[in-house]
Design a protein around this ligand. Structure first.
Ligand code: SF4
Length: 321
């Protein structure tokens, strides 16, 4: 499989400054040494509790945030080194779908103008081609061209998210970061949007990073799944492997939090307490303060990534050979 993105040793450490004097008093360690490949034409699910660094990773890959160090290689180029001007082409190829469709559409603009904006920003002046593309995309997202003369407030949450998706795909990108794209929507609407994203992936050959805390949706939509905890990827595997043969205690705990109809009598890990502050992360394995299998060495030493099988990697001493 070809990688669309190769993310190497990516760190994002936000400086924390003293309110009065502005002195540096520490860092928020939002991303720590993230290494990850995103393959062409896959949907990679990214899961973890809030505060685990999922959105920060998505924003760093799109260079909406400047990572502290590391590389994000896209078609052989490290986009972290690119200037604003050099990023213009990249921005056409890599887009973001936001969580909240009520915030992401300008309420003063008609839908036509919202969809036309990316063409204006990119100085694409062919009006006929612009209009043809807008009509084609509106049809692709399952709406009628009549909507183009209306305003965002005239639509439901699900319809607005369709329009936000249309805006994200209008310049035919290769890659989409979908950051909790259905969590602000009614449960009844969520499946429609998830199915739309699957259809777009097929028809437009899209690659997607699908960020969510909802494991049942991630299981439905993803090809592979990465699990994040306190700014680190702790487990990554092909979807079926991750759901059926997960190895990291944190993945197990996340899966145990998903309601199931049939009661399972086996012992379960239940996550207790909150995720520790990324400003003061625990030493050693970052999950050791909540892990029921914690060993002495977990408190001082960081586990490596251990390979379980092809493309299934786990950061836990229990998987040491
Ligand atoms: Fe638990 Fe130790 Fe594995 Fe960390 S390395 S998840 S503390 S067993």
């Amino acid at each position: 499989m070809n990688s669309l993105f190769e993310i190497k040793n990516l760190n994002m450490h936000y400086p924390v400054k003293d309110g009065l004097m502005g002195n540096l008093i520490g860092y928020v360690y939002a991303l720590n040494n993230v290494n990850l490949n995103i393959y062409e034409n896959e949907i990679l699910g990214l899961v973890g509790e809030s505060g685990s660094g999922k959105s920060t990773l998505g924003n760093c890959i799109l260079k909406l945030l400047n990572p502290t160090s590391g590389e994000v290689i896209f078609y052989g180029d490290d986009i972290t080194k690119k200037t604003k001007r050099e990023l213009k082409e990249f921005r056409k190829k890599a887009q973001l779908i936001f969580q909240n469709p009520y915030m992401s559409l300008d309420p003063r603009m008609k839908i036509y103008d919202i969809l036309k904006e990316p063409f204006i920003i990119n100085k694409i002046k062919d009006k006929q081609k612009t209009d043809e593309t807008i009509k084609k995309i509106i049809k692709l997202i399952g709406m009628d061209k009549e909507v183009l003369s209306r305003y965002p407030h005239e639509f439901s949450g699900g319809q607005r998210q369709r329009i936000a998706i249309a805006r994200a795909i209008i310049l035919n990108p290769k890659f989409i970061v979908a950051d909790e794209p259905v969590s602000a929507l009614d449960v009844s609407i969520q499946a429609q949007i998830v199915n739309l994203l699957l259809k777009l992936k097929q028809e437009l050959n899209l690659t997607m990073l699908f960020i969510s805390h909802d494991l049942s949706i991630v299981k439905y939509i993803s090809d592979r799944v990465a699990v994040m905890y306190l700014g680190e990827i702790v487990e990554i595997a092909e979807k079926e492997e991750l759901f059926n043969n997960h190895k990291h205690p944190y993945t197990e705990a996340l899966l145990n939090a998903v309601p199931v109809i049939k009661e399972d009598k086996t012992k379960k890990i239940i996550l207790s307490g909150d995720i520790p502050s990324p400003q003061n992360p625990p030493k050693g394995c970052k999950f050791h303060t909540r892990c029921p299998y914690v060993m002495e060495k977990c408190k001082t030493k960081e586990p490596d990534f251990y390979e379980i099988s092809n493309d299934h990697k786990v950061r836990c001493f229990l998987c040491e050979k």
